[in-house]
Design a protein around this ligand. Structure first.
Ligand code: ZN
Length: 335
């Protein structure tokens, strides 16, 4: 006998939570949750990205028919959780899985890191949730539910300034607050800014960065409804705040990257304002932190040649977060 459980989903729609009996929501259903078989990829020759590289834990592969069932495509984002557990992780559907039965494949280390399961192989019953940011939670509910949301404040007409913090909340702490500081400073200066940011929270067991981080080059606006409102726009100046963990926790480092012509001017302004911080010239920055890929959301949303991405070690954000944001605002107000 098939077990079918009905629960109330956000906004009162019916959500179908099923066992792994293979049945599917009705064609055309907008149900956000679908049952899935989760496989850990142990085939490095055919699924290398799931097991090696900086973004392995962000990627999943999904079989083609199942992708159709859940109305998703390669490049979009889905949440995955294992039945009977509390953890949920956000993934990018990186490629089609060529396994013979419908499933989602994730990396062998992704279960313990992202979903807090000590298993490292085999097949698990789980669920795919089609949305990336939660569609209805308030900021406070997102924090208390340890979830992930997106926010936008879009000026009705002006497209001069866009401030981003794609990894706010606990993902890269303090960055959403810095984006708010700059946004408000630009408002006060009558610069008519817009902003888009995300807030993601850690669970009791798993780090927010593990659970929710989607790297800036992979953020797909078709999975972020609020971001999709600006995905077709080009802003004159885009500034994106980010954080990283330095090798030495005491290191105070800022990398000013992105493809904007004003990148070096901002770096010079920060060097003058913060002589004790380590703010290397662009050419001396590790390529990953140069944020120079055209597909980086910071560059995608800006007019040519692109925007500015500010990467800061944790110690900078903790000790100087607001001061750095104010210095950034002072600079870009002059543009
Ligand atoms: Zn980031």
């Amino acid at each position: 006998m098939r077990l079918v459980t009905f629960t109330l989903a956000p906004r009162g729609t019916i959500q179908y939570l099923r066992t792994m009996s293979g049945d599917k929501p009705k064609p055309g259903s907008n149900a956000p949750t679908y049952p899935v078989s989760i496989r850990t990829a142990i085939r490095p020759s055919t699924a290398p990205e799931l097991n090696t590289g900086r973004f392995a834990r962000e990627y999943c592969y999904i079989t083609p028919a199942y992708l159709q069932t859940i109305h998703r495509t390669v490049g979009q984002h889905v949440r995955v959780s294992v039945d009977g557990t509390k953890e949920t992780g956000l993934f990018t559907v990186r490629a089609i899985s060529n396994l013979p039965t419908p499933c989602v494949e994730i990396g062998i280390d992704t279960l313990p890191e992202k979903l807090n399961l000590s298993l490292t192989g085999g097949e698990l019953a789980g669920r795919i949730i089609r949305y990336a940011p939660h569609p209805s939670y308030s900021d406070s509910l997102a924090a208390s539910k340890k979830d992930f949301v997106e926010r936008i404040d879009l000026h009705p007409t002006a497209r001069n300034f866009l401030i981003l913090a794609p990894h706010g909340g606990n993902i890269e702490p303090d960055t959403a607050g810095q984006a708010e500081t700059v946004y408000k400073a630009l408002q006060t200066a009558n610069k008519n800014p817009s902003r888009w940011f995300c807030l993601g929270y850690r669970s009791d067991e798993c780090d927010a960065d593990d659970r929710w981080h989607i790297t800036s080059t992979q953020i797909n606006a078709t999975s972020f409804p609020k971001l999709s409102k600006i995905a077709e726009h080009s802003f004159m100046h885009v500034i994106s705040f980010h954080g990283f963990i330095a090798a030495n926790a005491a290191d105070k480092i800022i990398y000013v990257g992105g493809l904007s012509n004003h990148r070096n001017g901002l770096r010079d302004a920060l060097v003058a304002a913060f002589p004790t911080l380590d703010i290397p010239a662009f050419a001396d920055v590790d390529s990953h932190y140069q944020s120079a890929q055209p597909e980086n959301i910071t560059n995608r949303l800006a007019v040519n040649p692109g925007g500015i991405q500010i990467e800061q070690s944790k110690k900078v954000r903790t000790d100087h977060g607001t001061d750095v944001a104010n210095a950034v605002a002072d600079f870009i107000k002059t543009l």
